[in-house]
Design a binder for this molecule. Structure first.
Ligand code: PRX
Length: 633
């Protein structure tokens, strides 16, 4: 696809064009894809309702573009290169032709289970090739996938299944992660026991081979339904604005919401951003080590690379198993050219010492990427020097579940780099900074809330089953604009530096966690009357979770109480949301209208109580001193 920009000048020209003539610009990009029927209009939009349609009237199938289209030119090239958790295990290489056949077989299997266009299918899987195959099989027949990260609890899984009334859940027997095998099927059984009336079947991949409970009426083995299916399956002709997938993510309030992405715009945007940001070259091995349970895996393990005919490495394991050299061993073994990870992994490995990287031949690396949270200067420089050996540009890619693909990032090797800056918007992306009064801040050397003035093809279309929530969350705060939830700074070169969330969302090890969700989970504990959760800076995780808890009886055995609270959070949300610090407090600082003054709690959690600001409007100012006295950091 020759929409890859080759120089910084070309980038600037493309950017100008994309702002002056967005429809002309994106129309030309979209012509590189296969469409059964061309679109009637490139873009129809308004941000009030909101209502955004890209390539409306066009018909396509994203798997035709990921697979069929490559068969003549690169049928024998490796599409998915899978590295197992166990370093002694054998890597799997699936060529485009093999992947095509597997996807078709699996699509036919889904049909045999009664799955059709528009049905929602939930995935709760390890990082194995069958996950990619399963997603593409859904897309092949027009079913909508909803991947739930396999670290979430049974309760979280049940909530997500029910929110979008999934018909089928696809899981493995066990997941292998590091030294542990995790009983995934059991979690699914537990979720269904909580009540998931829409589920008709559970499709189980035999992965580790351990024994699982079996219900003959409900459970089917992946291999039983897939083997023997025809290796061809006609792609469903999908409207550009038909749903491709739902992905749940956390916000400031309430339960996680199902972010909705549609076929045409997402397809165009995933491929455009992949080829341009990473500057993928023919024959490169691309390794994004996010989990497919997050948007990064959707866009840059599955869709972006496959649409571009790339070789995408999929890694089952964790960075520190069997030791802290695993990432670099895998880079060396598979001659990885482009490596994309999260700052939290970089910091964790940096803390374990340089020697783990030094022993490996990393000369194949050409481009490094970072995603999910701000990358601090120390981590940036370590990544640049110890991993990139000063030869590899780092693309600090800023984006969100809601944006479908990267919005602000250097283009590798093209954009001059500045550490800690996500740098410039991609073509088609029109950021702005807004002040507290909702006015756009012009000029440079300024800071504000990061918004988008104009739609890009990968923008979310809705939140599943609750369009009003989508409007309120993203389009109401600053009318006429998409509000990202992040604060940012713009410098004299127009470069953006992301400061972090301006709302009550915490990024723990790059995972997005809503404070309200954690509070609701903590409140399930018998002793808890009320709780308030805030973030604090954490050396490795970026942010940690600090929970202030009011109990109805004095806590006599704190370690026991702490263990129980952590177990409660793990049970209700999942281990990733467990607080790092718990403090039992006599009260929470509240305004006269009953709102918790989180600013004060954040200061205490940060260990900086020198300037707490004005506390005179508090209903209970005396509680502040007690909270400070009992602070646990
Ligand atoms: O706060 C920003 C942070 O991650 C948030 C989006 O989280 P999620 O939807 O889970 O998607 C993560 C992967 C795309 C953003 O609102 N974030 C993401 N990338 C960066 C970042 N913060 C700073 N720098 C980044 N490169």
């Amino acid at each position: 696809m020759n929409f890859q920009l080759k120089t910084f000048e070309e980038y600037k020209a493309a950017y100008r064009r994309s702002v002056e003539d967005p429809e002309g610009f994106w129309g030309e990009v979209a012509e590189h894809f296969h469409w059964y029927r061309p679109w009637k209009s490139v873009l129809e939009w308004e941000f009030d309702t909101p209502d955004v349609k890209w390539f409306n009237g066009g018909k396509t199938n994203i798997t035709y573009n990921c697979l069929d289209r490559h068969l003549d030119t690169r049928g024998d090239q490796v599409a998915i290169l899978w590295e197992p958790n166990n370093p002694q295990g054998e890597a799997i290489r699936l060529t485009y032709r093999q992947l095509y056949h597997e996807v078709c077989r699996t699509a036919n299997a889904l049909k045999s289970l009664g799955v059709g266009k528009g049905d929602r299918i939930c995935f709760y899987m390890p990082m194995v090739p069958e996950l990619t195959i399963g997603l593409l099989a859904c897309a092949r027949i027009g079913a909508v996938h909803s991947v739930v990260f396999a670290g979430f609890s049974a309760q979280s899984l049940a909530d997500r299944i029910n929110d979008s009334a999934c018909k089928l859940v696809i899981c493995s027997d066990y997941n292998a992660r590091g030294a542990k095998n995790i009983p995934v099927k059991q979690v699914v059984d537990d979720a269904l026991a909580m009540g998931c009336p829409s589920i008709e079947k559970v499709m189980v991949l035999r992965h580790t081979g351990e024994k699982v409970n079996w219900d003959n009426n409900l459970d089917v083995w992946w291999h039983d339904v897939v083997s023997g299916q025809p290796a061809a399956c006609p792609p469903a002709e999908m409207d550009a604005e038909d749903l491709l997938f739902i992905l749940y993510t956390s916000g400031s309030t309430g339960k996680p919401k199902g972010v909705v992405h549609t076929v045409g715009g997402y397809m165009v945007f995933a491929a455009y951003t992949f080829l341009n940001v990473f500057q993928y070259q023919e024959g490169d091995v691309f390794w994004c080590n996010a989990d497919v349970g997050w948007i990064t895996g959707h866009s840059y393990i599955v869709y972006g690379p496959l649409l571009s005919g790339a070789t995408s490495l999929m890694f089952e394991g964790v960075p520190t198993y069997p030791d802290a050299g695993r990432f670099w061993e895998v880079c060396e073994k598979h001659r990885v050219n482009i490596f994309y990870t999260a700052p939290t992994a970089i910091r964790a490995l940096m803390a374990m010492g340089d020697e783990w990287a030094e022993g490996h031949d990393l000369s194949s690396l050409r481009v490094l990427g970072s995603v999910g949270e701000p990358i601090n200067a120390e981590a940036w420089h370590w990544y640049h020097e110890k991993i990139g050996r000063k030869n590899c540009p780092i693309v600090d890619t800023w984006w969100q579940t809601e944006t479908g693909g990267i919005l602000i990032s250097p283009l590798a090797g093209l954009t001059p780099l500045k550490p800690n800056y996500a740098s410039l918007p991609l073509p088609g992306v029109q950021p702005c900074l807004i002040d507290a009064n909702g006015q756009e801040i012009e000029g440079d050397g300024v800071e504000g809330m990061l918004c988008m003035k104009f739609p890009w093809p990968g923008i979310l279309r809705s939140t599943y089953g609750d369009h009003e929530r989508c409007r309120q969350t993203y389009f109401e705060t600053f009318p006429g604009k998409y509000f990202t939830g992040d604060g940012a700074r713009r410098d004299e070169d127009g470069y953006y530096r992301i400061i972090g969330r301006a709302d009550d969302v915490i990024k723990v090890s790059g995972h997005r966690i809503g404070t309200a969700e954690v509070e609701n989970a903590i409140n399930e504990h018998d002793l808890v009357v009320e709780s308030a959760v805030v973030a604090f800076p954490h050396n490795i995780k970026g942010q940690g979770i600090y929970a202030y808890i009011i109990t109805d009886k004095p806590v006599t055995d704190f370690p026991k109480f702490e263990r129980e609270v952590l177990a409660t959070v793990a049970r209700i949300i999942g281990p990733i949301a467990k607080p790092d610090v718990i403090q039992v407090v006599p009260g929470l600082p509240k305004t006269r209208s009953g709102k918790i003054m989180r600013r004060i709690l954040r200061k205490v959690a940060e260990g900086d109580t020198s300037n707490l600001g004005d506390t005179s409007t508090l209903l209970n100012p005396e509680v502040v001193a007690e909270i400070i006295a009992g602070a646990r950091r």
